[in-house]
Design a protein around this ligand. Structure first.
Ligand SMILES: Nc1ncnc2c1ncn2[C@@H]1O[C@H](COP(=O)(O)OP(=O)(O)OP(=O)(O)O)[C@@H](O)[C@H]1O
Ligand SMILES: [Mg+2]
Length: 228
């Protein structure tokens, strides 16, 4: 059995005006099921590029990627989308909530696309919103919620299709340090329920909540250590 996420010698090359830009330079990384990993590194070091590949939004230029023992490079675009929808939840810095919809509406939306029956959508949305501590805010719209609460709605939305992996790119970048800490604790709870969480952050204190910290520089991993 290989690791849940198994990247070997992965490169991602962007062609820019005839020049090749190596955003990832032969990166090898294994992440086991149930891990809680923080990815750190300076701006431009390739963190988002890596997250997009791990989340099957993008493909490596070369190297191999196996996710849950599926060879991602041999998947068609449709198969890749299927893997993504079945296994991955995304959380973003700017929440990306629809302002005209309530919390519960935002959380139900991905389930509409996934074809979950209406009655079950409602039940699941309430359940994930309760899990993130927003059981009392189901019908609030984003502008009626604090930043931290909006981020919780976006986390609930990411959980709605029951992903095994949660990918969060700078989820705490728009939050104050106290709210950032709450978010990282919430991720820890999700990890204890068996979800694998990978978080990109610039902030060392935020990263310290994770159990493993991977540091990137110029498209490479320069440090990878358990956070004890
Ligand atoms: N679509 C693209 N086309 C061309 N170059 C890109 C593209 N996306 C990223 N890059 C380049 O790849 C490198 C890595 O970018 P990436 O977004 O992964 O960095 P990052 O570590 O997430 O940075 P930040 O902390 O600022 O978000 C950068 O040099 C960037 O300019
Ligand atoms: Mg980035």
């Amino acid at each position: 059995m290989s690791a849940l996420i198994d990247l070997n010698m992965v490169t991602r090359v962007y062609e820019m005006g005839g020049e090749a830009l190596y955003a990832l330079k032969g990166l090898t990384l294994q992440i086991d099921k149930g891990a809680y990993v923080a990815i750190m590194g300076t701006s431009g070091s390739g963190k988002s590029t890596l997250m997009n590949i791990v989340g099957c939004l993008d493909r490596p230029t070369s190297g191999t990627y196996s996710l849950d023992d599926v060879d991602i490079l041999s998947c068609s675009d449709d198969q890749l989308a299927e893997v993504r929808n079945a296994k991955i939840g995304f959380v973003f810095q700017q929440f990306n909530l629809l302002s005209s919809m309530s919390a519960i509406g935002n959380v139900m939306l991905p389930m509409v696309y996934a074809g979950v029956p209406a009655a079950e959508r409602m039940e699941r949305a309430v359940s994930v919103l309760q899990q993130v501590g927003l059981g009392e805010r189901l019908y609030h719209r984003p502008n009626q919620l604090s930043g931290g609460q909006q981020q919780r709605v976006s986390i609930a939305r990411a959980l709605s299709n029951r992903p095994s992996i949660l990918l969060a790119d700078e989820p705490t970048g728009a939050l104050d340090s106290h709210t950032a800490e709450d978010t990282m604790r919430l991720f820890n709870e999700l990890v204890s329920r068996g979800i694998t969480v990978i978080v990109v952050t610039h902030d060392q204190e935020t990263a310290n909540h994770a159990r493993r910290i991977v540091r990137m520089k110029d498209g490479e991993i320069v440090d990878d250590a358990l956070n004890v």
